[in-house]
Write a protein of this length. Structure first.
Length: 173
């Protein structure tokens, strides 16, 4: 608990999946897809103008229109995937901040806890211990602040951390 990097490494191990390289990169990619979608729409309008001007036949209009619509739908699907990745990245960043905040609070107060309070803290965070031969697996449950509530529902931080306070541990106050 005193090493936020260890907690974050454990969290990363639990959620290990391909991570996007960063929010700025994802934002740039979404903007690039938006430009491509706009270009496909403009090309669709130009094809319609060619037909109206009598430069292409109706079957050519239909063929090109279907191709452009398919390309636009594919680009929109890719853009939506990137938007989902951006949301996931933001959520993971918020979780990392919350875990780091918890570790900082524990680090700041753990030296002031007596043996019973430390034991209560340990029982609060250790959810399960499995031993299989030489392999020991310890699963932790880290009590984190809730994400911010909507502005119309104010809740104090002390209300969110009631479980720590009720356990007799004053580390989060």
């Amino acid at each position: 608990m005193l090493h936020p990097k260890m907690l974050l490494a454990g969290q990363d191990a639990v959620t290990s999946r391909r991570r996007p390289s960063g929010d700025e990169l994802l934002e740039a990619e979404v903007a690039r897809f938006n430009r491509k979608i706009d270009a496909a729409s403009a090309e669709r309008r130009r094809v319609a103008d060619l037909y109206q001007g009598g430069f292409i036949e109706q079957h050519e209009l239909m063929l090109r229109g279907k191709e452009l619509d398919a390309r636009r739908r594919a680009l929109e699907a890719q853009r939506e995937t990137l938007i989902g990745e951006r949301k996931e990245l933001a959520q993971q960043n918020r979780l990392r901040q919350r875990v780091a905040g918890f570790a900082e609070k524990i680090t700041a107060t753990i030296d002031r806890l007596d043996f019973d309070q430390r034991q209560k803290l340990l029982r609060l965070v250790v959810e399960e211990v499995r031993v299989e031969g030489w392999r020991v697996e310890i699963r932790l449950r880290i009590p984190l602040d809730s994400p911010p509530d909507p502005p119309d529902q104010p809740v104090s931080t002390k209300d969110r951390l009631r479980s720590l306070h009720d356990a007799g541990i004053g580390v989060m106050e």
